[in-house]
Ligand binder design. Structure first.
Ligand SMILES: Cc1cc2nc3c(=O)[nH]c(=O)nc-3n(C[C@H](O)[C@H](O)[C@H](O)COP(=O)(O)O)c2cc1C
Length: 308
């Protein structure tokens, strides 16, 4: 079949698995997709990425735990979730009713907790695991694993031993040397890297003259973090040989394309979903049009094409 009959080819291969296109939601901004069913067709997405799932229910942090900022938002939700048993019972059958790949985001406070969730998912119809070692909003574990090279190595290695699905490790930008952490995860057996999670920030309430978030600090997301995220994807892409999923402030197809040119095989859309629940559909259509107009056979040709 010629290209004109097939239409522009957005398929990408991520750690050996073919995705319809490189567009997926960022964890925690899309639930498991149910809330978005009326706005978009989940079958059109390259993959659905779930909210963070822990081994037992977590109640999250005290409120207020979200705040608006210039070009984005702060959140200190703290990975509130009903636990893996509930997830397997309620969310997996829902996701299975769609013809799209699924990636489950894994939360934990210790290596044992992470391994517990991954073990519970071993025989479930899940295509990828995304290990969140980068949440700035929980006291123990979480970001501590993602900001220490040795700990990032240890947790990746142990989780990989228990994992039956390809393992993507999600990195924190709250480090001085992102490349060192990415390399440690690759050496420990990660099948891919996703980056970035939120940047640690805060906001003052000038009326009460105290921090606005009950947790004092929160994670900054949205367009404001895009240049930092893009820089990190570019740097990591030069140094590792496993695929990268780019995340951070992506709201338009042009943003998504920038990350692909920087070396991302796929991208996640987070905060933009709150403002425009159809953002991912518009990004997919925008990329299709771009390929058509530029006469490019497939999006895979563009991965990393922006490196000099
Ligand atoms: C409200 C909210 C909840 C989030 N929950 C999670 C989560 O459960 N697990 C995770 O790995 N990242 C979580 N994140 C981080 C996002 O997945 C993403 O990495 C980050 O927001 C940057 O992308 P964005 O600028 O497109 O939002 C959350 C972000 C927000 C705003």
């Amino acid at each position: 079949m010629s290209r004109s009959e097939k239409g522009p080819n957005l398929t990408v291969k991520l750690s050996g698995v073919e995705l319809k296109n490189p567009i997926m939601p960022a964890s925690g901004t899309f639930g498991s997709g149910k809330e978005f069913e009326e706005y978009l067709n989940l079958n059109r997405l390259g993959m659905v990425v779930t909210k963070g799932v822990a081994d037992v229910p977590w109640k999250g942090n005290a409120t207020p735990r979200v705040a608006e900022t210039y070009g984005g938002m702060l959140n200190s939700v703290g990975l509130q979730n009903p636990g893996s048993d509930h997830f397997i019972r309620e969310d997996i059958p829902f996701l299975e009713s769609y013809d799209t790949k699924t990636m489950v985001n894994i939360a934990g406070r210790s290596i044992e907790e992470y391994v517990g969730v991954v073990t519970a998912l071993q025989h479930q119809p899940v295509d990828f695991l995304e290990l969140n070692i980068s949440c700035p909003n929980i006291k123990e574990g979480g970001v501590a694993f993602g900001t220490d090279v040795d700990m990032a190595y240890q947790v990746t290695k142990k989780v990989k031993e228990a994992a039956k699905q390809p393992l993507i490790v999600k990195l924190s930008p709250n480090v001085t040397d992102i490349v060192a952490v990415a390399k440690a995860c690759e050496a420990a057996g990660a099948d891919g890297i996703s980056l970035i999670n939120t940047l640690l920030g805060m906001k003052m309430d000038i009326k009460t003259r105290s921090p606005l978030l009950a947790n004092t600090f929160g994670g900054l997301s949205g367009p404001a973090i895009k240049p930092v995220a893009l820089r990190m994807v570019y740097q990591v892409a030069r140094e590792i040989n496993i695929p990268i999923i780019g995340i951070g402030g992506i709201s338009t197809w042009e943003d998504a394309l920038e990350f692909i040119l920087a070396g991302a095989t796929a991208v996640q859309v987070g905060t933009a979903n709150f403002r425009n629940p159809r953002a991912m559909m518009e990004i997919i259509e925008g990329l299709e049009n771009y390929l058509k107009e530029e006469n490019i056979d497939g999006i895979e040709e563009l991965i990393g094409a922006g490196h000099k």
